[in-house]
Write a protein that binds this ligand. Structure first.
Ligand SMILES: [Zn+2]
Length: 161
């Protein structure tokens, strides 16, 4: 059997099904990989209740575990504390921007974040702050659709949750 740190490394490298440039580790979904009585325990936190990506996280993790020939394992959902965009690493936010998605601007403690859409969203393409909300729901429920008034490009904004 592989070393725990090697297993964790493999699991940490699983890309987000919606934004393949980010891994589930960088996204903050993969919480912990441990071993209890020789059983591999993988704890994940859903990003968003009802987020369709969650089933994919689950099956992608199972695929890797099976690839590693690990039979004794359990994937546990951890709902407390709930996932927030604050768990996303700085690197992940930079990758989001490079991918054309505006990363979350505010800490979830910010009052604006509760409303799901902060007043200022920076365009990931030209860095202009002259942007407008087009739709509170973008390509997925986790994102909002914005348009940049400077370069006229539409883009997704990853909502603060
Ligand atoms: Zn722009």
């Amino acid at each position: 059997m592989l070393e725990l740190k090697d297993i964790e490394k493999r699991l940490s490298a699983i890309p987000d099904p919606e934004i393949p440039v980010i891994t589930i580790k960088e996204l903050g979904v993969l919480r912990e990989v441990t071993k209890v009585d020789n059983k591999l325990i993988i704890r994940i936190t859903p990003t968003y209740s009802g987020c369709p990506a969650m089933d994919r996280f689950y099956s992608d993790i199972e695929d890797v575990v099976k690839e590693l020939n690990i039979e004794n394992y359990q994937i546990q959902m951890q709902y407390d504390p709930p996932w927030t965009t604050d768990w996303m690493t700085k690197k992940a936010k930079q990758k989001l921007k490079a991918f054309g998605i505006a990363p979350p601007e505010y800490k979830t403690s910010d009052k604006n974040a509760v409303l799901g859409a902060p007043s200022i969203v920076v365009c990931p393409k030209c860095s202009s702050t002259n942007t407008e909300l087009v739709s509170p729901f973008g390509s997925t429920a986790c994102k909002a659709l914005y348009r940049c008034k400077s370069c006229l490009e539409p883009f997704d904004y990853f909502k603060c949750i």
